[in-house]
Design a protein. Structure first.
Length: 245
């Protein structure tokens, strides 16, 4: 295996602007170039140059509609890579201040707190909620990690009982794994991704258990969602509170 592809990939994410763009796109949406420029705090020409490099490097894909240029992460595998690299970077000794600078204002502090509690990671659940759901499914035997993560046969029946179909032959699955672990960068513990992770998020949103907070990645639990989390997953809202220092 040649070292050059790895070096090129590392170089793409070594620039703070390009890294910030990739982190923003973890919400799973397609952003315009202008929105990304505003979000990361650079002028349009700088954003355009960096976006072109990310597209050429295969981390982003773009679609053009009229005058607008929409960009998104290249796929679930790219999202997993960015999330896990962010978690790895946050865990490095002495780098915490550089990785997570102090919030600039109250709004940013509230947003970070909300994202740590519950958020999307591309198309699945993350934050304390995502980790709690993963723990619940492992404890119930819905998912087994005996020889790598897998959805058990009883687990498929249990999921079907709450309205989630993870049939291995479902159309559109392609080569995406049924379930895989994704290291949560705020909790430093895994949440669930893959087909199952996406299905859980879709079900929770469609059922009205979770609602987006503003235009970011943060999610809030509705009153009905609090009841469902307790009844279905044995998760209380207290479980989503920050851990005691």
């Amino acid at each position: 295996m040649s070292a050059q592809p790895l070096a090129r990939l590392a170089g793409l994410l070594a620039d703070p602007t390009r890294a910030a763009i990739c982190l923003a796109l973890l919400d799973g949406r397609a952003w315009t170039a202008g929105e990304l420029a505003h979000h990361v705090g650079v002028v349009a020409s700088t954003a355009s140059e960096q976006l072109s490099r990310l597209v050429a490097g295969g981390l982003l894909v773009e679609e053009r509609q009229g005058r607008h240029r929409y960009l998104r992460l290249a796929g679930p595998g790219t999202a997993a890579l960015v999330e896990e690299l962010a978690a790895f970077a946050a865990a490095q000794p002495g780098d915490a201040a550089a990785t997570a600078p102090a919030p600039r204002n109250l709004t940013e502090s509230v947003r970070r707190s909300a994202e740590a509690r519950a958020r999307t990671c591309y198309d699945h659940l993350a934050g304390r909620l995502g980790v709690a759901v993963a723990d619940s499914l492992l404890a119930r035997g819905v998912v087994s990690d005996d020889a790598g993560l897998a959805v058990t046969r009883p687990g498929r029946a249990w999921l079907a009982g709450i309205g989630i179909d993870v049939d291995v032959d479902q159309p559109g699955r392609g080569r995406r794994p049924l379930v895989r672990s994704c290291l949560d960068w705020t909790e430093r513990r895994p949440h669930l991704a893959g087909v199952l992770g996406a299905a859980l998020r879709t079900h929770a949103m469609d059922a009205g258990w979770l609602l987006p907070v503003g235009t970011g990645r943060a999610l809030r639990v509705t009153p009905g969602g609090a009841d469902a989390l307790r009844d279905v997953f044995d998760i209380s809202l207290d479980d989503l509170a920050p851990a005691e220092p």
